[in-house]
Write a protein that binds this ligand. Structure first.
Ligand SMILES: [Zn+2]
Ligand SMILES: [Zn+2]
Length: 385
């Protein structure tokens, strides 16, 4: 890495990051973010193609026709959170915030593209693709880019992702082969009965009494119905129903989520929840409607590309390269790119910052050098390691 070039341009990288942080946009609404990326690529002189609100920039040297296409991906969207930070670059879009560091991911990938354009000779035999992906948070952005031609229009052989990670020191990295982020499923449950007077529950059909049992039984399901070596999280996240002291409501609406790595675990959990709801509703003479939908598949790192990431990260890590961490039960839309192409997804230390999705979170600018360093080393070593 030409360190003097990086140092010379470092303030620009930080200003791009701060601009993006101030102007966050929600999933599938990243119009200005996408325009900002396109403007920067125009300034660099790097060609690109728009796929919806996503962008694929590319660099193909003259002698790269026989080389394999390497793609690096950054997510560009923000979250519906009211920012509680008070620094100069805080969000100007009320109720929207870069609380997951995608501003940093975007700035680092732009910095990597900028570096390549200015050091063409260092990438003489490479075919490189820079994927700026919308709608990671809500899910759907990766699949949409794939549908619109990401892997059919561009000869991409491998795809790599990176996410900042609070709790890991700046300059450190963590990666593991196999599962690294969980599959995400959302469920809705509606329970309906005839309700009645709170003082005469014997004359009513009480959905709250049924739900009490359902919740305790469903929450104990992972450690009684699933192989203990498999991971499964079930959380209830919303209960709506009733609005007085003396009426048993006739309907409750419940939301929740399941997280897992193994599809069989999900199928078992879905059936068991349905069985428990059905049995409890029958007991209380209630009707119910239970539905689930998967928003994100599990993110599974491919072994060979994970090993490449490990060798590359070793070259630039400050202190520690962690390879024995537990996977996260959070979800990541990059899963769909790893389903389509071999690749890996690495965590990069964000130091002792607030957690991801916290209204106090901020991407740590100090880590830009390490994230950029990782991307550059990966591109240089592609097809070499
Ligand atoms: Zn997030
Ligand atoms: Zn994120």
């Amino acid at each position: 890495m030409d360190l003097s070039f990086v140092n010379q341009n470092f303030n620009d990288y930080v200003s791009w990051r701060h601009h993006l942080h101030s102007h966050p946009e929600l999933s599938f609404q990243e119009t200005n973010t996408s325009a900002f990326i396109a403007t920067k690529l125009d300034e660099f002189g790097m060609p690109y193609k728009k796929l919806g609100l996503g962008i694929v920039a590319y660099f193909r040297s003259d002698s790269s026709s026989s080389s394999q296409g390497l793609a690096l991906r950054a997510d560009i969207d923000a979250l519906p959170i009211h920012e509680l930070n008070d620094f100069k670059h805080k969000s100007v879009n009320e109720g929207v915030m870069h609380a997951c560091g995608h501003d940093g991911h975007t700035a680092m990938l732009l910095a990597a593209a900028h570096y390549v354009v200015n050091h063409k000779e260092e990438f003489a035999d490479k075919q490189l693709y820079f994927i700026f992906q919308p709608a990671e948070e809500m899910g759907g952005g990766a699949s949409q880019m794939i549908k619109e031609g990401l892997f059919s229009d561009f000869p991409i052989s491998q795809v790599y992702g990176l996410h900042n990670w609070p709790g890991i020191a700046i300059g450190d990295f963590a990666i593991r082969p196999g599962p690294i982020m969980a599959a995400v499923d959302f469920f809705d449950l509606s329970i309906t009965g005839k309700g009645g007077h709170a003082a005469m529950p014997d004359l009513a059909d009480d959905p709250i009494a049924a739900l009490g049992n359902i919740i305790t039984q469903v929450l104990s399901l992972p450690n009684r119905s699933i192989d203990p070596s498999d991971a499964l999280v079930i959380s209830f996240t919303s209960i709506e129903g009733g609005d007085s002291y003396n009426v048993i409501p006739s309907n409750l609406k419940i939301k929740g989520t399941m997280r897992y790595f193994n599809q069989d675990v999900y199928e078992i959990a879905k059936k068991k929840i349905n069985d428990l709801v059905s049995a409890n509703c029958a007991l209380h003479n209630l009707e119910y409607d239970f539905s689930t939908y998967t928003t994100t598949a599990a993110t599974i790192n491919h072994p060979r590309e994970t090993e490449t990431s490990i060798q590359v990260a070793k070259q630039i890590v400050k202190d520690q390269l962690i390879t024995d961490m537990h996977p996260s039960m959070g979800g990541e839309d990059f899963a769909y790119m790893l389903e389509a192409k071999p690749g890996s997804y690495i965590w990069m230390g964000n130091g002792s910052s607030a957690s991801l999705h916290s209204p106090h979170y901020d991407f740590n600018d100090e880590s830009i050098t390490y994230g950029l360093g990782y991307w550059l080393a990966l591109m240089k070593n592609h097809n070499v390691l």
